[in-house]
Ligand binder design. Structure first.
Ligand SMILES: Cc1cc2nc3c(=O)[nH]c(=O)nc-3n(C[C@H](O)[C@H](O)[C@H](O)COP(=O)(O)OP(=O)(O)OC[C@H]3O[C@@H](n4cnc5c(N)ncnc54)[C@H](O)[C@@H]3O)c2cc1C
Length: 395
């Protein structure tokens, strides 16, 4: 069955990623059932071929040389609601291929609470727990109940609980199992030089189950900029539909939405934030220039067993604004390695997004990323960690 699904790949990574760079792929398999998805992964693993599970391509930087292996994309969509009552909240499951933002919109429409601040994040449900997507004070870890995966190591389906998933800031056990050889996204000790699963996780997400609260008032708004936009005190709640509107407006003003318009908006040709915000010991903030924005780091350990949770603040560490460090190191909005006509430039609306100005190659993005990373290191002694998954390139 899987053999029938294999096509000689016509699209390139430039066609299937939001950075719109990257070369060819050997084989693209698009699957429409769970059995097909598992078969495709198992067949490639058995044949010793590298596997890239592709969602919306919004967190990938793939080399101009492309990827020699099998690219597998789950095409399933549709929510399954297991229960929705005021006692146990709303319990629902979505397949990996479902659009994450469509899930957020539907959850709000149905009068459920817990993912409203994640409005506008591109990509699929399957990729969302991999890097524990987050924005404006919410992370997906606060609403996930469990994740069903195909374990490529053991060759069987497993259901992973919150404890197994071990979520952290832009990471999880799923992401760590990718074993990226040239990134510090996992703990250094986790990196296995054989890296057998890279560039995708050992655990292929089949579907994600969520537990949400019933209601129309959001979780507490802890992100100051969002609270200001909504006109509420920090820590207060707001209507979930108003939160979605405000988040989409804020994201739009920063170019942090997908480019879907008729005219190209190159600030949106990105992978979102190119670097994560560095987490440093709280007592080292004094060594940084005055005024550097810092944010609390919340543990992803659930604080409640029924419904959305924001986690508790860990006072020993803080998150430093990578955008601020980049700007202060001399890479302002619109910066390009070759001047204003550079093919790859820092977004003109947000210094954390590296963008393709219409004709960039993966190599152009890499040159810019290296320069920014080196400049921040030289200025502040902080090594920025790339957020997207790098395939065939390294910084
Ligand atoms: C404009 C813009 C704004 C963004 N804003 C944010 C933001 O605010 N917060 C945030 O956290 N991220 C943000 N991102 C990054 C990105 O949207 C998220 O990381 C998203 O979860 C990636 O989903 P995807 O389906 O596109 O994954 P892809 O880019 O296709 O894949 C990313 C990784 O996940 C793996 N993967 C994909 N599907 C599966 C699966 N079913 N099982 C196992 N592994 C899988 C891939 O193999 C790869 O390693 C933004 C990106 C863009 C372009």
């Amino acid at each position: 069955m899987t053999e029938d699904l294999r096509t000689l790949a016509e699209p390139t990574f430039a066609d299937l990623t939001t950075l719109r760079v990257g070369g060819d792929m050997d084989t693209l398999v698009r699957t429409t059932t769970e059995a097909e998805l598992i078969d495709a992964v198992r067949a490639a693993d058995d044949a010793g071929e590298p596997v890239l599970i592709l969602g919306g391509g919004s967190n990938l930087l793939v080399a101009d040389e492309g990827f020699s292996g099998v690219v597998i994309q789950d095409q399933r969509s549709g929510l399954r609601v297991e229960s929705a009552d005021s006692c146990g909240g709303a319990n629902l499951t979505a397949p990996a291929g479902h659009s994450m933002d469509e899930l957020v919109a539907e959850v709000i429409d149905r009068g459920w609470v817990g993912v409203e601040s994640l409005s506008g994040i591109p990509g699929t449900v399957g990729a969302a727990p991999v890097q524990n997507i987050g924005a404006y004070g919410q992370e997906i870890s606060g609403s996930v109940a469990n994740v069903r995966v195909w374990d490529r190591g053991r060759g069987r389906v497993r259901t992973l609980s919150l404890v197994d998933l071990d979520f952290g800031y832009r990471t999880s056990m799923l992401k760590r199992s990718t074993q990226m050889p040239h990134s510090r996204a996992g703990e250094p000790g986790d990196v296995d030089p054989r890296a057998p699963w890279y560039p995708s996780p050992r655990y292929v997400v089949l579907d994600v189950s969520f537990q949400l609260r019933i209601g129309t008032l959001s979780t507490p708004i802890v992100y100051p900029e969002l609270a200001r936009r909504l006109g509420v005190e920090e820590g207060a709640r707001a209507e979930t539909s108003a939160v979605r509107d405000a988040v989409l407006e804020l994201r739009g003003s920063k170019g942090m939405l997908l480019d879907t318009g008729d005219q190209p908006d190159y600030d949106r040709w990105s992978a979102g934030s190119f670097f994560t915000n560095p987490i440093i010991p709280a007592d080292l903030v004094a060594d940084l220039p005055e005024g550097v924005p810092v944010f609390p780091v919340r543990t992803a350990t659930p604080t409640t067993t029924t419904g959305p949770a924001l986690g508790t603040i860990d006072p020993s560490v803080v998150k430093v604004s990578a955008a601020w460090l980049i700007e202060r190191a001399g890479f302002g909005k619109g910066y390009g390695v070759d001047g204003p006509d550079s093919a790859a430039r820092v977004s003109t609306r947000h210094t954390l997004a590296l963008t393709n100005r219409g004709h960039a190659t993966a190599n152009d993005i890499v040159r810019l990323a290296r320069e920014v990373r080196g400049g921040v290191d030289a200025a502040f002694g902080i090594e920025l960690v790339p957020e997207p998954v790098l395939v065939g390139v390294s910084l």
